[in-house]
Design a protein around this ligand. Structure first.
Ligand SMILES: *[C@@H]1O[C@H](CO)[C@@H](O)[C@H](O)[C@H]1NC(C)=O
Ligand SMILES: *[C@@H]1O[C@H](CO)[C@@H](O)[C@H](O)[C@H]1NC(C)=O
Ligand SMILES: *[C@@H]1O[C@H](CO)[C@@H](O)[C@H](O)[C@H]1NC(C)=O
Ligand SMILES: *[C@@H]1O[C@H](CO)[C@@H](O)[C@H](O)[C@H]1NC(C)=O
Ligand SMILES: *[C@@H]1O[C@H](CO)[C@@H](O)[C@H](O)[C@H]1NC(C)=O
Ligand SMILES: *[C@@H]1O[C@H](CO)[C@@H](O)[C@H](O)[C@H]1NC(C)=O
Length: 797
């Protein structure tokens, strides 16, 4: 047991975002004690049993009552409490306890914490889909985020919305500057907030000066943005500061209903979200009757074992209740294996660019001109232009190199910065130039990070060659000037979508055989709703009130998919979450020119399945996928068996449900690649492997016949048997086998192929990812803890 706790503690220390100050005893922290299903007890009985269990580790009953933050009692049984390590260890030994884990602080998946400063730009999903306006009104989307600005026109009481679905059991709770009578309506039908975990870890919420609201009201802006992206009503005249990116704004499912669960709170310029609060929100959302859960949050690797994070536990129960959960993949790209939220029962979304760019013409004083990329909203004529070394000691555009007294030196000027000098980012450079009093930055970079356009100070991105040309000019002209024109908006002729540089890449670091991310969606410079009050800013740059704002991150791509899921669910109310996910994945499109990572020399790295999953979502095709790879709770039980859980453990984890078989049977020997996932990933292939998949015909023709086409990944030979699948009115399911054989010796590199089933009309595409390791790799002898679960760790210790 000691080993188990030690492991936990070490990993928590290594990725806790900020030092956690406990307001309690110095060594006590919020822990989640997960008990699994609640044996059908009433919530009050369950809560009482939690108190009894907790009393065993406290001397006085009152102490136990004070320590408990939440009793989770609807979907499952468990509680959050402030415990010290001795108490946590002793509880984890109790027979009824599945896991005890420390509640962590999760982060929002927005690319920047600078978003409060309100800048950047761009519009999403221009193509109008009538279907979006016709469907979705019966679907309720729950958003776990920073709350909502209820007065925003995206959430108005639109007359086209029907009555609130009768299945809804949720509510709007009152709170600071949040009166349910005026805030909630037929669009915004639920609003709750969760603070106990946050305050236990971080301390009391600072609400002075409107810095936060002790209510579902959004201060950060992130939750308003994601909610409007998922389900915002059509807003005809949206634009950024009344100019750039003007157009019709709307969510993926404009008719769907919104239920807001505020779990993230303003801290250090971003939102912080406690596991304990998130789990409470899942519990409520499932009881309230949401159909889709959207959570743009997570925690960077190392990832916790399944059933030791609020998001994986909550989404498992959601899956059992036929509720789809959509997660963001994280913003830790472009390095491999940083993807988050990797359980097979969730949908994990990467971020890509859209085909809109903002070319910006730069004219130097010698009339030489070049085109960079920016979000410049004003024409900047005859600006003085200086090189970075006249403002920063070593020429690197960073704070600590600021030359004393240079505030006046840079004042009102444009500063040329190079990423290669001191390895600064464009955001860092802009911040340093801002502090120096500069008016703007020309930022020259080796790789083009096309997605980080988050300017709070006008920043024009150029490549190294252009930067060098500008530098030559500055050095030859003591009174160098520059004219930076307003950015143009160009739609259509840019290579897009491209996966965003920041988007977290696969493979999953805990279960590499489950492809992650699953799909990609727009997540760069997304224009969506924003709280109109001026935001809390470290740098009070712009006090203008905005009601639309641009933001980037997998936080932004996740709600696009949540909205699409809501529409698919509305059109196909009987489809399981897995069927909906399959529909999104098999109809997704892949692109040729595809990555936001521009290599030296200007070539783009091609995106693969670890960048974009099955590809970019295609909402209309997802409504008619032809075939789906369906799985239910039973299949996920077998998956849990395959990664080493025993029958007893599994019986505890899952919600009790009459028909659900929780036995492992012979399945314990089944590898996890056999989960009927809409992707096949084979790691460490050293001999021929055969995996089985089963597809269900959901197309309009009951007697459809599908034929397979296979593209073998390099270094292997893949074949599908049988080569054709015939469906009939009596049989809508058919199975096939994929056999993959290593074709040449390899020490292990991922290669990518595909399996496509087609009936001449539908195209059902499944990524096939293989890593052949036929040669010994001395460095990787030890199998990592990849697929071991919490309970295995307990067993070992
Ligand atoms: C934890 O709390 C219990 C009960 O208050 C106490 O007996 C124990 O000594 C504490 N352990 C540590 C490590 O602080
Ligand atoms: C609380 O917020 C206000 C206004 O934003 C700030 O002035 C104050 O210093 C904060 N208090 C604490 C304890 O952080
Ligand atoms: C759209 O908004 C702009 C300002 O953002 C305003 O000037 C214009 O009149 C609006 N147009 C309509 C049709 O409401
Ligand atoms: C740049 O062009 C303008 C107008 O075309 C001209 O008046 C000016 O003399 C030119 N400057 C230089 C340095 O060539
Ligand atoms: C910066 O300059 C001011 C006066 O101009 C002086 O008082 C201060 O000590 C200087 N700081 C540094 C770090 O040189
Ligand atoms: C193939 O890999 C498995 C483990 O992945 C190992 O047990 C087996 O010995 C390997 N076979 C060969 C021929 O290297």
């Amino acid at each position: 047991m000691a080993v188990f706790l030690l492991l936990l503690t070490v990993s928590i220390l290594s990725f806790t975002i900020s030092p956690i100050q406990s307001t309690q005893e110095s060594h006590s922290h919020v822990h989640i004690v997960y008990l699994g299903h609640n044996n059908g007890l009433s919530p009050s009985l369950t809560a009482r049993s939690h108190l009894q269990l907790l009393s065993r580790v406290f001397t006085k009953p009152d102490e136990a009552r004070d320590a408990i933050l939440y009793s989770y009692s609807y979907g499952f049984s468990g509680f959050a409490a402030v415990l010290n390590s001795t108490q946590a260890a002793s509880l984890s030994e109790a027979g009824e306890v599945i896991s005890v884990f420390r509640s962590r602080m999760l982060q929002l998946h927005t690319t920047r914490s600078w978003d409060f400063m309100g800048l950047s730009l761009h519009t999403q999903m221009e193509q109008s889909a009538e279907i979006q306006l016709k469907y979705g009104d019966d679907v309720i989307v729950g958003i776990l985020d920073t709350g909502v600005w209820p007065e925003h026109e995206s959430f108005r009481n639109d007359r086209h919305l029907g009555d609130i679905p009768s299945s809804w059991r949720g509510t709007c709770v009152a709170g600071e500057e949040f009166d349910p009578a005026t805030a909630c309506n037929r669009k915004l039908i639920g609003a709750r907030y969760y603070l106990a975990g946050f305050e236990s870890e971080i301390g009391r919420l600072n609400t002075s000066g409107g810095a936060e609201y002790r209510s579902p009201r959004d201060r950060v802006g992130h939750g308003t943005h994601t909610a409007s992206t998922a389900v915002g009503l059509v807003a005809p005249n949206a634009s950024y500061f009344g100019g750039l990116g003007r157009g019709v704004a709307r969510g993926g499912a404009p008719m769907a209903r919104l239920a807001v669960y505020k779990v993230c709170w303003f801290k250090d310029l971003t939102g912080r979200c406690s596991d304990a609060d998130i789990l409470a929100a899942f519990d409520d959302a499932l009881r309230d009757g949401v159909h889709v859960i959207s959570a743009s949050l997570g925690s960077s690797p190392p990832l916790m074992p399944l059933f030791m994070t609020s998001t994986e536990i909550g989404s498992f129960h959601a899956m059992q209740l036929e509720v789809a959960t959509v997660f963001s993949a994280g913003n830790d790209g472009p390095d491999a294996a940083m993807v988050q939220n990797v359980s097979p029962w969730g949908i994990t979304v990467a971020a890509s660019t859209i085909d809109r760019r903002f070319p910006t013409k730069i004219t130097l004083g010698n009339n030489d001109s070049l085109v960079g990329e920016s979000f410049n909203v004003k024409d900047m004529k005859m600006m003085r232009l200086v090189e970075s070394s006249s403002v920063f000691m070593d020429g690197s555009c960073s704070f600590d190199q600021l030359i004393n007294g240079s505030r006046t030196g840079a004042s009102g000027k444009i500063v040329l910065c190079f990423s290669t000098m001191g390895m600064v980012s464009s955001v860092g450079a802009a911040l340093a130039v801002y502090v120096a009093g500069g008016a703007g930055v020309i930022f020259a970079d080796t790789i083009s990070l096309r997605s980080t356009q988050d300017n709070f100070l006008p920043t024009v991105h150029v490549d190294l060659r252009q930067g060098t040309r500008i530098l030559d000019y500055i050095r030859g002209d003591r009174k160098a000037t520059v004219h930076i024109a307003r950015s143009d908006t160009i739609v259509g002729n840019t290579p897009a979508p491209a996966v965003a540089y920041f988007s977290s890449r696969g493979p999953s670091s805990i279960s590499p055989n489950i492809l992650k991310p699953d799909v990609t969606a727009p997540g760069v410079n997304i224009l969506a709703a924003w709280p109109p009050k001026s935001s809390p800013t470290v740098i009070p740059l712009d006090k203008r009130s905005v009601s639309w704002n641009f933001d980037s991150g997998t936080s932004m791509s996740c709600p696009h998919v949540s909205g699409i899921v809501a529409v698919v669910r509305s059109v196909h109310p009987t489809w399981s979450p897995a069927a909906i996910k399959s529909a999104l994945m098999t109809t997704a499109y892949i692109y040729d020119d595809t990555s936001d990572v521009m290599l030296a020399g200007g070539t783009l790295k091609a995106a693969d399945a670890f960048d974009v999953g099955a590809g970019h979502v295609d909402p209309l095709r997802a409504l008619d996928p032809g075939l789906v790879y369906d799985v239910g709770a039973r299949d996920h039980v077998l998956f849990l068996c395959s990664i080493g859980n025993t029958q007893d453990q599994i019986r505890q984890m899952v919600l009790p449900s009459p028909g659900l078989d929780t036995s492992c049977g012979s399945a314990a020997a089944t590898p996890d690649v056999d989960l009927n996932y809409p992707a096949v990933v084979l790691t460490h292939l050293n001999a021929t492997v055969t995996v089985k998949r089963t597809v269900t015909n959901v197309g309009p023709r009951r007697d459809a016949v599908y034929h397979a086409t296979v593209v073998s990944p390099q270094g292997s030979r893949a074949a599908v048997w049988p080569p054709a699948l015939a469906f009939s009115p009596h049989s809508d399911k058919a199975s096939y086998y994929v056999t993959v054989t290593p074709a040449k010796p390899s020490r292990g590199r991922y290669d990518f192929g595909e399996i496509v089933w087609s009936d001449g009309y539908h195209r059902v595409r499944t990524p096939l990812v293989v890593k052949v390791t036929t040669l010994p790799d001395k460095g990787v002898a030890a199998q990592s803890m990849d697929t071991r679960t919490a309970t295995e760790l307990v067993r070992d210790s």
